[in-house]
Structures are given as C-alpha cells and as structure tokens.
Design a protein around this ligand. Structure first.
Ligand SMILES: CSCCC(=O)/C(O)=C/O
Ligand SMILES: [Fe+2]
Length: 194
C-alpha cells in the first residue's frame, strides 16, 4: 500500500490503479502487475478515510467526534440492492457515470462493500474498495463514480452538512465553482512545495 507499515485501515480500505479493460465493472480491475495506492496519495487528492466500529455506529464516540468536528448534522442509511433501492437499475447506472458534486460525498460502509473510483491528477482511475467499517470522504468538485463489487450489496451511511444535496453533475462540468476550487487546491499545493 505504498507504506511497509500495515495500518488497521488496510482491512477495510484498499486502493489501486485500474486497468483499461471494459470487462464487468464489478470486477476488481487491477493492473498487471498490481499497483496499489497509498493513503498519502489519496490524501493529496483530498480523499480522507477512517476505519470505524460499524457494529456500534449508533453509539460510536469516534464517529460522533468526526460528525461534530466536520459539522455533519444530516445522516441517513442507503442499501444498494434490487430489493431495497427504488429504481435500482437506473440508480446503479447513474452512480457509475463519471460525475462530481458541489459538496463532499461522505459515505460510511456499515455492511457489504463496493468501489468508489476517483480520478488522480493525471486522469488515471484509482479504485477505492470500501468494506464494512470504512468511512470515506470525497472532496467537492472531484470527478468520481461508484459501483457495487461482485457481492452485489452495500449498506452505507450518508452524512452531510445541513440539508443534503445529492445532485450528480456528469462530466464535463468544469465551469462549476466547486470544480474550480478543487483544481485550485492542486495549484496551491504545488506552489507550497515549489
Ligand atoms: C454507496 S452510496 C451510493 C453511491 C452514491 O451515493 C454516489 O453519490 C456515488 O457517487
Ligand atoms: Fe457521487
């Protein structure tokens, strides 16, 4: 995972660069050889992650603190499977269209698993596999998509600051302020390093 020291998070979150194959989106799509992506690299892209106690999410003090620190007042649960999600086929298709949101996308996997794919600075796809216990935050303005894996089920907590806005803006939506601000963070980081 880029670092030789194993982290607790590795059990529930893994990330790797994707191959270019058009095969079933629910397959892992590793490159050959596999190229894993470190948390540091995800962090540079603005993607944050934690491993939490998903069996006790209702009382978990760590989740409570993250919500308080980041102002996540809204919370609901979504189950992605044909029996539980209305308009399942349509939703699955739209989740996998490359899109961005004008706010963070915060998802906490409390059951099942799935893949969040995000673009790196060179437009390569990074696949982030989340399993039970993984909380991830994708920054506003980042192009991404979501698919179930071959287990075909995820139960996720959705968090938000205030009233949620779920609108996906399919690529291209480069003119949106959220996208411009996201790009600007790279420019700022590059300037700071130089
Ligand atoms: C696992 S939650 C469903 C996916 C979703 O809400 C989203 O916006 C994907 O980008
Ligand atoms: Fe999204």
């Amino acid at each position: 995972m880029g670092s030789l020291i194993k982290e607790e998070r590795d059990d529930v979150i893994q990330a790797w660069f994707m191959d270019d194959s058009d095969e079933d989106q629910r397959l892992p799509h590793h490159r050959n050889p596999e190229e894993f992506v470190s948390y540091e690299k995800l962090d540079e892209l603005g993607v944050l992650s934690w491993k939490l106690d998903a069996d006790n999410y209702e009382t978990d003090p760590e989740l409570k603190k993250i919500r308080e620190d980041r102002g996540y007042s809204y919370m609901d649960l979504i189950e992605v499977c044909p029996e539980k999600l209305p308009n399942y086929e349509q939703k699955i298709k739209s989740f996998y269209e490359e899109h961005l949101h004008t706010d963070e996308e915060i998802r906490y996997c409390v059951g099942g698993s799935g893949y969040f794919d995000v673009r790196d600075r060179n437009e390569a796809w990074i696949r982030i596999w989340v399993k039970k216990g993984a909380l991830i935050i994708l920054p506003a303005g980042m192009y991404h998509r979501f698919t179930l894996d071959s287990n075909n089920y995820i139960k996720a907590m959705r968090l938000f600051v205030g009233e949620p806005i779920w609108t996906p803006y399919n690529r291209p939506h480069d003119h949106l302020p959220a996208r411009k601000q996201y790009i600007e963070t790279f420019v700022e980081k590059a300037t700071t390093v130089a």
